[in-house]
Design a protein around this ligand. Sequence first.
Ligand code: FAD
Ligand code: FES
Length: 366
Amino acid sequence: MLRAHTAKRLLQNVISPDQYDFWAREMGSITAWERCFARVVSCKEEAQDTVSLTLRPNGNFPGYDAGQHMNLSATIGGRRITRSYSFTSSPDQPGLVSVTVRRDPQGAMSDWLCREARPGAVLEINGVFGDMTLAQIQPEPEDHMVLLAAGSGITPFMSLIRARLTQSPAAKVTLLYWERSPEYFCFNAELDALTRQYPNFVLHRLTTQSPMDGKSVSGRVDAEQLNDLLGSEVVDKHAQPLAFICGGAGFVQSARALMADRARQIFAEAFSPLKAAPTIEKAETHSVTLLHSQRVLQVSNQETLLDALERQGVAVESGCRMGICNTCSCATAAGRTRDITTGQFHSGQATRLCVSQAVSNLQLDL
Ligand SMILES: Cc1cc2nc3c(=O)[nH]c(=O)nc-3n(C[C@H](O)[C@H](O)[C@H](O)COP(=O)(O)OP(=O)(O)OC[C@H]3O[C@@H](n4cnc5c(N)ncnc54)[C@H](O)[C@@H]3O)c2cc1C
Ligand code: FES
């Protein structure tokens, strides 16, 4: 480590970090000064429209905890695109990480990752984030964890379930997993193996559109279904499970409301933006000054600053695009913004451009 540090210091006299990274990439290497490049080493069709990619990151990879996500960037059609994906691998597997991507045929990144990212392709990992981890939550060994996943919401739970059962092999873990039809279920072999290995791990696969194994369609999450699967008995709050919810925004909202009386605590993450607080009624245009380039743009108060800047060709680093990862955060030197997730107004602080609208003229540290 020390030697690498010394070598970097000496090299810095003859080549800048950006030049080093550029030439390393030109020569086909994923080595970099500070940036974390990762090479795709294998691709596996996980389920219908879903591919698992295994990546080998370079030495700048910061590591991760089970349940966390990374921002992954690729250059697609000459444009750099970044999206968030959850780690589906186990943090104790050295040197390799995996993600499982559900393809959105209209999507910029997922379609490319599922169809084009073959072994040898190089992606960039731009930060690791997420609080739905065992280290943050610190469940007691006797706590029952109930996990509700819909669609690609299963991804962070794969590493979380493995971590929980490895740390506390006798802990009760129940997974309720919804897909629209049977061919979309992921990680079948691994989940079935876990049910055999840990009798205290209970798995229910549920479909919303097509029947499975001769059973009727279970339908979207509702109270009756949860009564059937988790029991309808009213128990003392202290004896209630910890609930973990992950999926699209609609699923997360419904499941959170339905679990409110059933769980001692709820941890939820949505993979699509939650319904925004009502937009500002009167449409107005404000000028935004980008302090680094002194460029002045006109933006509407009806769209997020990130959308408005990108539409006008300003490249802004982003990741989750829903206010979680902080990648798009930028200092506001002057002016007021409104957070669309809370409806609150802010001035003079770091603004997450993906969830903020302009409510006055602004000066951004961009
Ligand atoms: C914390 C986190 C973890 C995640 N983990 C995973 C994971 O493990 N696996 C996984 O598959 N996904 C995961 N996601 C979702 C993932 O980040 C992407 O959102 C998803 O892959 C779609 O990205 P895309 O670039 O393909 O689609 P995008 O280009 O972002 O488009 C998404 C949809 O919006 C539509 N759209 C785009 N722009 C507009 C517009 N201006 N107006 C109207 N419609 C528009 C598109 O047609 C498309 O249908 C996660 C998200 C978060 C926030
Ligand atoms: S892109 Fe993640 S907070 Fe804005």
